[in-house]
Design a protein around this ligand. Structure first.
Ligand code: OFO
Length: 171
């Protein structure tokens, strides 16, 4: 049977991942409505990834004899000033998620739950990648400044970064 404190920490993380998915979905929709189709595609895909992160936790909790709680979610921000605003929000969100992941790892260690600790290492690595990606996008945005042509190219670049073909729409 899964340790109760670990179960609680994992369920808290379920909510965080679900809220990440909603936050990026709101950003994707905003980008789509504002003619930034590459950015929208990238963010729709990112939203799907966060849902996968959530599902992985739900299944793990249940498989370990715990009960996953499907939570009520806070409403995400839906209005943005532009891509800089979006990706600044995204980066600070990811930094915060990393802190939360580390909290879960901390509970695992305190409770000597090495199985969950091992499971959580996937999330630790994933956060390194997500933060690095968000920082590299912020660097590009810094280079663009107010250049409209640069924004066009940036949007196209993000489309290329997405694995889903634009013609098919997000999976
Ligand atoms: Fe789930 O990795 Fe971002 O938040």
């Amino acid at each position: 049977m899964i340790n109760k404190k670990v179960e609680k920490a994992l369920n808290n993380q379920v909510k965080i991942e679900a809220e990440s998915s909603q936050a990026y979905l709101a950003m994707a929709s905003w980008a789509e409505c504002n003619g930034l189709n590459g950015t929208a595609l990238f963010l729709y895909e990112h939203s799907d990834e966060e849902r996968q992160h959530m599902l992985k936790l739900v299944k793990f909790i249940n498989e370990r004899g715990g009960t996953a709680i499907i939570p009520e979610l806070n409403k995400p921000t839906t209005a943005f000033k532009g891509i800089k605003d979006i990706f600044t929000t995204l980066l600070s969100h990811e930094v915060n998620v990393t802190k939360e992941i580390h909290e879960v790892v901390d509970v695992c260690l305190k409770e000597k739950d090495y199985t969950t600790h091992n499971f959580m290492q996937w999330y630790v690595s994933e956060q390194i990648e997500e933060e690095a990606l968000a920082r590299s996008i912020m660097d590009k945005i810094g280079l663009i400044g107010n250049d409209k042509g640069g924004l066009y190219l940036f949007d196209r670049d993000l489309e290329k970064l997405s694995t889903v073909a634009p013609a098919n729409g997000p999976a």
